[in-house]
Design a protein around this ligand. Structure first.
Ligand code: KG4
Ligand code: ZN
Length: 347
């Protein structure tokens, strides 16, 4: 096996069935089948619906990825799969499929951490990760600041949300503004038509909060503040400018995220911030982070939006790094662990 291993990665932790194929740091295919439309009318992901959709999409998505990459499954050096964290039933489908492939092909299997994969994916776009780097993962399920020395051996959590995840806040605020699920992209778009006119609260930034929660986040107070503001306007018969509310809410989220990421990087003596997860697709977050960090001599790396939201390429990217660095594979009876800790890169 070379240091440019050919890896097939499978992702099914939430509502995207992702199959990615990479050779080392080179992306060959990134096939994604999403069940998001089936969840939209419920305003959130329904686990049973997601599991069923993964089952139906799995084989066609593997076939599509192989056809795009111009390979057959027999060519791969190893199979990587998200083992956790995520929805238990959804993870099970991916892990079962990966086991079947690995056994059928006689190839090793790596059950990998979804969050570490969100970090590793950036290698496909910007090359080897700086070591160390400060990773900020912001998705529908997580908001964390992590110190990453070597993405294959472990990541050290510095802080995380104490209530809602950043993406969850985007989704909930979108809902109360009457925007479709998932709300992040819709708020992003609406905000471009609006202006920052409302000064919404920045959670855990007061001097007292910083003593205990310097690198932690809280978004539930912000969500409530937006809800109260909207209610008050409606009660007074004022027509709400959705663009202005979206822009003001987005500004408050991005301000806290960027402030804390820069503070953590500075505290750790790290000069590179990497942003990953679905919320990293947000245009204001990307611009604000690059501008403010740049002013402090800190570089910012963010994968392109399609690689920020859940996909199989990120799993393959982490698998390739594990193989290239000679890390041992998982046992064939590896579990799907819905609460896999961020410190456990491979099960
Ligand atoms: O990483 P991801 O695809 O799935 C999880 O692991 O959760 O993240 C999905 C989240 C959703 O909450 C979605 O609203 C948010 O990412 N998101 C965005 C944007 N695109 C996706 N949030 C803000 N701005 C965006 N452009
Ligand atoms: Zn994710």
């Amino acid at each position: 096996m070379t240091d440019e291993p050919l890896i097939l990665g499978i992702e099914t932790s939430c509502d995207e069935t992702g199959v990615g194929i990479v050779r080392g740091h080179t992306l060959l295919a990134d096939a994604v089948a999403s069940s998001v439309d089936e969840h939209a009318r419920f305003g959130g992901v329904v686990p049973e619906v997601a599991s069923r959709a993964h089952l139906e999409a799995m084989v066609p998505t593997i076939e599509r990825a192989c056809a795009t990459a111009g390979i057959t499954p027999y060519d791969v050096d190893a199979v990587a799969v998200t083992s956790g964290p995520g929805l238990a039933g959804a993870l099970l489908v991916g892990v079962a499929a990966a086991k079947a492939l690995a056994i059928g092909l006689g190839k090793p299997i790596y059950g990998v951490n979804h969050l570490a994969a969100h970090v590793a994916v950036d290698q496909l776009e910007h090359g080897a990760l700086p070591e160390p780097c400060l990773a900020m993962l912001v998705s529908g399920g997580h908001s964390s600041l992590l110190r990453v020395e070597d993405v294959t051996t472990g990541v050290a959590p510095l802080g995380s949300t104490i209530d809602d995840a950043a993406g969850e806040a985007f989704d909930k605020v979108a809902r109360l503004l009457g925007l479709p699920f998932p709300g992040g992209p819709h708020i992003d778009r609406a905000a471009r038509e609006g202006h920052v006119t409302i000064d919404f609260p920045r959670g855990l930034t007061s001097r007292r909060d910083l003593e205990r929660h310097r690198f932690d986040f809280s978004f539930s107070g912000l969500k409530t503040a937006v809800a109260r503001w909207v209610e008050t306007q409606q009660r007074d018969g004022v027509v709400i400018d959705v663009g202005d509310v979206a822009a003001s809410f987005q500004e408050a989220v991005c301000d806290v995220l960027v402030r804390k990421a820069i503070d953590a990087a500075t505290d750790q003596g790290i000069e590179d911030i990497l942003i990953g997860g679905g919320v990293a697709a947000n245009s204001r977050l990307r611009a604000m982070a690059t501008e403010r960090a740049g002013a402090q001599g800190i570089r910012v790396r963010v994968p392109r939006p399609g690689l920020c939201t859940d996909n199989g390429a990120m799993v393959a990217a982490l698998g390739a790094e594990l193989v290239a660095r000679g890390r041992p594979p998982s046992a064939l009876d590896l579990p799907a662990d819905s609460s896999q800790p961020v410190t456990e890169v491979v099960v």
